[in-house]
Ligand binder design. Structure first.
Ligand SMILES: [Zn+2]
Length: 379
């Protein structure tokens, strides 16, 4: 027997209880509750980031080796599974990106976050809510025959997510065609009316790209996508809880409105994340990192984030959100969105992906499929 044990305060689905997680051959063998562990670290399921463009100087769309570097950098932050995400780019470049991730998945490094497929943020978005995407590459769904996109979805469970603005011509047909292949649409980068947003979810969209950012919002006469995303209990919503994307006054509104099982923490991190202040590019646009913000040099618009999910978890925990709720939003909910059920909770039989956090929720160690890895050098 080669048992490994994680001990401390276990963040379970409905409670936080002291005890031990006994791991055997990469899986959780059993969970033993024991008061004696009550002074130990927090033990949470490994984090899952479904919207992340890069980390630690490595861009998901970068040259060979970038995905390895990104996966390793994310693992140290407690991210045990991730979905590398492309920014809006020419269709050919997106096809190439998808193929690159598909070929890489079986050979991804064992000391990195586990890839669950890829995500495309665009190109079927609204030029009127472009955010930090490159307007030169935006397309209308009606202008691109579906057969051009079909290679992306040729292998099941690889093309996982894509952002679409539901009001664009042809969007509803595309959302439906993708849903048939279990590629889930995230509504976003959109000026949709409430009716158009409803139609997008009814056509098969399951989630929402960075709630409130780059979308029609909450207005007493002209409610938009954000209003519908918050009011429909059947859809997920991504939120970037970095303290910059959404004013903290709105955090309470989101947390009170959205059912706890539909909240999905994402980083939306760019490759400059974790590299300190400096300049770089995102989808061909110049960006600058200052502190924990990343903005377009041209107009100062927020351009993704420089956090990893560990920071979002810390922010919410310190905000007073119950740890089981925070944990579900960081792990179980994004996996449920994708339809992945072999991990993401501290339950016997599941894959042993865990994060050990100190008193202030800083990552100390990370367990990936039963093997411990170092946390970040400093938080
Ligand atoms: Zn993004």
């Amino acid at each position: 027997m080669s048992e490994v044990i994680a001990r401390g305060r276990l963040v379970l689905e409905d409670s936080v209880l002291p005890g031990r997680v006994v791991v055997d051959r990469g899986r959780i063998a059993r969970v033993e509750l024991d008061e004696a562990e009550s002074a130990g670290p927090w033990i949470m399921p490994g984090f899952v980031d479904v919207h992340v463009h890069g980390w630690g100087g490595h861009d998901a769309m970068g040259p060979d080796g970038s995905l390895d570097g990104m996966a390793r950098a994310l693992l140290r932050r407690g991210v045990t599974s991730f979905v590398p995400t492309a920014v809006t780019a020419p269709i050919d470049a997106l096809l190439e990106f998808g193929e690159c991730v598909r070929r890489w998945m079986p050979v991804a490094p064992a000391d990195g976050a586990d890839p669950l497929g890829f995500n495309l943020e665009g190109p079927f978005i609204s030029p009127r809510r472009i955010g930090a995407q490159n307007p030169a590459f935006v397309r209308a769904p009606a202008d691109v025959p579906f057969r051009e996109l079909e290679p992306l979805a040729a292998t099941p469970n690889v093309f996982r997510l894509t952002t679409i603005a539901p009001e664009t011509p042809g969007a509803l047909d595309l959302i439906g065609a993708l849903a048939e292949r279990r590629t889930w649409t995230s509504l976003g980068h959109s000026v949709a009316t409430a009716g158009e947003a409803m139609a997008g979810y009814d056509a098969g969209a399951r989630t929402t790209t960075h709630l409130f950012n780059a979308m029609s919002g909450v207005h007493q006469h002209t409610p938009g996508l954000a209003t519908v995303a918050l009011s429909r209990d059947d859809v997920y919503t991504e939120v970037v809880f970095d303290g910059h994307h959404i004013d903290r006054l709105l955090w309470q509104l989101i947390l009170r409105t959205k059912p706890a099982h539909r909240l999905v923490l994402v980083s939306d991190a760019v490759s400059l994340a974790g590299t300190g202040d400096g300049r770089g590019t995102l989808g061909g646009l110049d960006v600058e990192v200052h502190g924990d913000e990343c903005r377009l040099v041209s107009n100062g618009a927020l351009a993704g984030s420089v956090i990893a999910l560990d920071a979002a978890v810390r922010n919410l925990a310190r905000f007073g959100v119950p740890l089981p709720v925070v944990s579900a939003a960081a792990s179980a909910n994004p996996l449920a969105l994708l339809g992945v059920s072999d991990r993401g909770r501290i339950v016997a039989g599941l894959r042993a992906d865990l994060v050990e956090l100190g008193e202030g929720f800083e990552v100390r160690r990370v367990m990936r499929a039963g093997a411990w890895h170092e946390g970040p050098a400093k938080v």
